[in-house]
Design a protein around this ligand. Structure first.
Ligand code: SF4
Length: 241
């Protein structure tokens, strides 16, 4: 799975994210977004077959640029990647979710949820406070009904923040009756952050409870954390930092 950046920096300021702490610089053009696929394919002499818009920036902050890049990547005379293998991962920008549902292509949707308790989510993801959980849940229910496609939730488990029994109960309730899959992510360490990853036992407990309630759940295997290149860790660093 090849992560694509959509912005230089990010304005949303998620508490667990190195990119968010660096602030926002600018949006990328559709060409700059799509070129990342071409560059990686050239570097590794392999064609990319799975792409996800995440890693740095919010793809729905500039919906038109994201859509144009995805259409190029999907086109037979572009990169020729199947629409279902092109995933948009949003922090929960509701108008973007509603617009994506209207598109004819079967692009895949992922949402960074990280808590189904409003106060916790507001603390972890202050940049999407204006779209509360009830609005997000309603938009996702409409999305799944209209498209027939499943949504993936990203849930980074942070010790003593979003891994309590109350958080688990809220998450199970949020997912109930929704066509969805939960991707549980042991939070990646970020330098100078007070936040720590949850224990392996907590991660397993969340997965078990979700599965028992009828929601598919998996634990993401992390790659790149040792070089600060995993999800939530990406930011520019000066030499010697
Ligand atoms: S997690 Fe994503 S949306 Fe949140 S600050 Fe980082 S790059 Fe932005």
């Amino acid at each position: 799975m090849l992560p694509l950046r959509h912005q230089v920096g990010c304005a949303l300021g998620c508490a667990f994210c190195a990119t968010g702490r660096s602030g926002f610089v600018r949006n990328l053009s559709p060409g700059e977004i799509a070129d990342q696929v071409t560059a990686v394919a050239a570097d590794f002499s392999r064609r990319a077959t799975n792409v996800v818009a995440m890693g740095q920036g919010e793809p729905f902050a500039d919906f038109d640029a994201t859509l144009a890049a995805f259409r190029f990547l999907n086109a037979k005379d572009g990169a020729g990647i199947g629409a279902r293998h092109l995933t948009v991962s949003t922090a929960g920008i509701v108008p973007g979710i509603r617009r994506l549902a209207e598109q004819p292509e079967q692009f895949t949707l992922a949402v960074s949820l990280h808590s189904a308790v409003q106060a916790t989510r507001d603390r972890l993801m202050p940049g999407v406070r204006r779209w509360p959980l009830r609005e997000l849940r309603a938009a996702l229910a409409d999305y799944t009904e209209r498209t027939g496609r499943r949504v993936t939730f990203e849930y980074a488990l942070v010790a003593c923040v979003n891994d309590s029994d109350a958080e688990l109960t809220a998450l199970v309730g949020f997912c109930a009756g929704l066509l969805c899959h939960v991707n549980l992510i042991p939070m990646n360490p970020v330098a100078d952050s007070a936040l720590a990853r949850s224990s392996a036992e907590k991660v397993a407990r969340f997965r078990h409870a979700l599965m028992a309630a009828g929601t598919e759940a998996s634990v993401r295997v992390e790659r790149g954390a040792d070089i600060d290149a995993a999800c939530g860790q990406l930011r520019q660093r000066c030499e010697g930092e």
